[in-house]
Structures are given as structure tokens and as C-alpha cells.
Design a protein. Structure first.
Length: 362
């Protein structure tokens, strides 16, 4: 954990001299890069923690899925005969947390091995900007992959008669837990809609608690940044009529000028029972580690994530279906870990070799 990696040059994060089109074309077909892990011995066993978020939001189930994919405890069946294709000797666990802000702080301080994080939070932590200005830059943060796009949910009770974010004035609104990326995004959206926290009745709780408060009639609205569909939202919509508030085009445009990692996203109709199609904001979810993570372990984790046998596991989870090799290095806000970078570079090299063989065979 404390061994410093030797920097390795790779082609596919900002600043490298490879065109985006060529990078994506090569990466798209690079998923067949072989990674046949050796059998682990008991003395090789080590634990690896993945910081996620509250149990009801998207990070926790995704973190659990990633933990299953990269784990390969001693005594496991070999990958070649249908067993684990994870890192030999590794036992990974998903750990609940408050979310993005806590995760990057804990990874940066060496108290977590890895964590899931919104792209903007990762960038601010890495550069020491915005809410990390006082703390200073956590320049030791590195990426394993861009996983999937999260979406902003602004959830309201249907009987509250709220049709726009501007109508939240005077309402009981949860903005998200302290230490969460949701709270950061909620404050940005309120400011863009010319609302202050003094103009609402704010609560600062996680999404699960907010949903319970709404069911009990103690909350009118809550913010949640999470990959859709969200399990707790599905449960809430089945128990109580709810609506999702859209983010207006002018508000979205203003926010994207100030926060370039935000994107326009759409939550499809009936994603949750009775909800309409909703235009909102999207942002990438990044898997982050420390630069101090051993190169070979980072390589093995990345290889396990994109091993051909992993696709079936990913597809069992709706959000896992969005975790695609083709977008793994797109719009990363921080540098790749050298071990992960080496994996992607070797995948590209294999793709180039395969392309040449195909051309020669014609």
C-alpha cells in the first residue's frame, strides 16, 4: 500500500498525443486483453475497501458488484474453469460512507483503498479548488475508470403542488448528507435558480432518511445525485405518488458554463412509477484510488474489471450495464493510476496487433 509506483507513460488521458477517436476506437475492441491470474496462496491474502455511499443509493450496490468482480480469495476456482477472474488473494469489500466528498478525503488520506466519486468532486479535490480550497490539493488521487453517468433527482411529493425548482421556496427540502456529492450539486442548482438555503427549510440527511421523512409527511422535496434507477426511489414511488422536477435549459446552460463536468441528462418516463420524462443534469461516477497503490495491484484490478467474463456480472445490475470499456477513460477529471494506465496501453497495443493481422489476412 505504501510502495510508490514508478510512473509509466500511457496514451489515453488528457495531454497524451493520441486523438480521442483513435483512442476510443482502439479501446472499444481491447476488452479481450488476456489476464489469467495465478492461483493465490493463503499468505498472499489482502483486503481492499471500496468507499461507496448510503445503502439505498447507487454507489453501494455498484461498489458491492465491483468488490465481487475483483475479489479472488485463496482457494477459489481458477478463472479458466469458470471461477473468479479477480486479483489472486484479494478480498474486496464495499464500505458505506456519506458519499463522494468523504470518499476522496479518505482515499487521499490513506484511510480507504478506493472510493466512488462524482467527477467534479474528484477534480476539485485533485486541484484543491472549490470546497477543497482550504484543505488544499489532494494531488495523490488517481483514477481506475469512469464507470457510469449519475443523474440529478429533485424529488417532490405530488400532493405538494410543486412544479419547478423555483417553487421550493419556503418548502421543507433535504439537500443531502454532509460529505456527499449530492449536497454540493444541490447548492449549485439552488444558486443557479436564485434560491438560498435561508429561503427554504433545509435538512441535511441521506437519501434513505429523506425518503422516510417524505413518506411520513415531514418533507416536501429532496435532492439526490445517483445513477437511475435508484432502488429507494422505486420503493418510494410505489408507496407514495411523487414527481421529478426538471432542470430548465437556461439553468442547465449556466451551470455547465461554470461546472464543465456537468452534462444534460434525461430520466425516461416511468423510471419510477408515474413519473414523466425529466430533463436534468448528469455527471460521471469515477472509481478513484491513491497514487500510492501498488502498480501491479492497480493493473490487476483494472484487468479484472474488464476481463471478458466480467460482462455477465456487470449486466446483472441495471447500472452495471452502463459500465462500458468504451467510456472507461473518457472525460476523466484526474490522471489514471499508472497500473491502470499500463493496462489500457496494453489493450491498445493488442488491438493494433489484431488490426494488422486482419489486414494481412485480407
Amino acid at each position: 500500500m505504501n510502495r510508490r509506483p514508478e510512473p509509466l507513460v500511457g496514451p489515453c488521458w488528457p495531454g497524451r498525443r493520441v486523438s480521442r477517436r483513435r483512442c476510443l476506437t482502439l479501446l472499444a475492441a481491447g476488452t479481450t486483453l488476456p489476464f489469467m491470474p495465478r492461483r493465490a496462496r493463503a499468505e498472499d491474502m489482502r483486503f481492499f475497501r471500496i468507499g461507496t455511499g448510503p445503502t439505498g443509493a447507487s454507489y453501494f450496490p455498484v461498489g458491492g458488484l465491483l468488490a465481487s468482480i475483483i475479489s479472488n480469495p485463496p482457494g477459489s476456482r481458477s478463472c479458466e474453469v469458470g471461477g473468479s477472474c479477480g486479483v489472486p488473494g484479494l478480498i474486496a469489500v464495499a464500505q458505506t460512507s456519506q458519499g463522494s466528498v468523504e470518499n476522496v478525503r479518505e482515499v487521499g488520506a490513506g484511510r480507504l483503498d478506493s472510493g466512488l466519486c462524482q467527477a467534479d468532486i474528484a477534480y476539485w479535490a485533485y486541484t484543491g479548488a472549490n470546497l477543497f480550497r482550504k484543505q488544499g490539493a489532494q494531488s495523490n488521487l488517481r483514477a481506475i475508470a469512469n464507470l457510469f453517468q449519475e443523474t440529478l433527482h429533485v424529488v417532490v411529493r405530488r400532493d405538494a403542488g410543486i412544479n419547478s425548482i423555483g417553487q421550493l421556496k419556503g418548502m421543507r427540502v433535504s439537500l443531502g448528507d454532509e460529505g456527499s456529492g449530492t449536497l454540493v450539486t444541490a447548492r449549485q442548482v439552488l444558486a443557479a435558480c436564485h434560491l438560498t438555503e435561508k429561503q427554504i427549510k433545509p435538512s441535511f440527511v441521506n437519501a434513505g432518511t429523506a425518503a422516510e421523512m417524505m413518506r411520513a409527511g415531514n418533507l416536501d422535496a429532496f435532492f439526490l445525485v445517483s445513477g437511475a434507477p435508484v432502488a429507494l426511489m422505486t420503493e418510494l414511488a410505489n408507496a407514495l405518488p411523487i414527481d421529478l422536477l426538471p432542470v430548465g435549459d437556461d439553468v442547465a446552460a449556466a451551470l455547465r458554463r461554470d461546472y464543465p463536468f456537468l452534462a444534460v441528462a434525461v430520466i425516461p418516463p416511468n423510471t419510477y412509477l408515474g413519473t414523466a420524462e425529466t430533463r436534468t443534469l448528469g455527471i460521471g461516477a469515477i472509481w478513484v484510488v491513491s497514487a500510492a497503490l501498488d502498480d501491479s495491484l492497480a493493473f490487476g484490478i483494472t484487468a479484472a474489471l474488464w476481463h471478458p467474463s466480467t460482462r455477465k456480472m456487470l449486466d446483472e445490475l441495471p447500472l452495471g450495464q452502463q459500465i462500458r470499456f468504451e467510456t472507461a477513460v473518457v472525460s476523466l477529471p484526474i490522471p489514471l493510476h499508472p497500473g491502470a494506465e499500463r493496462y489500457y496501453a496494453e489493450a491498445m497495443q493488442q488491438r493494433e496487433k489484431q488490426s494488422k493481422e486482419v489486414q494481412q489476412a485480407r
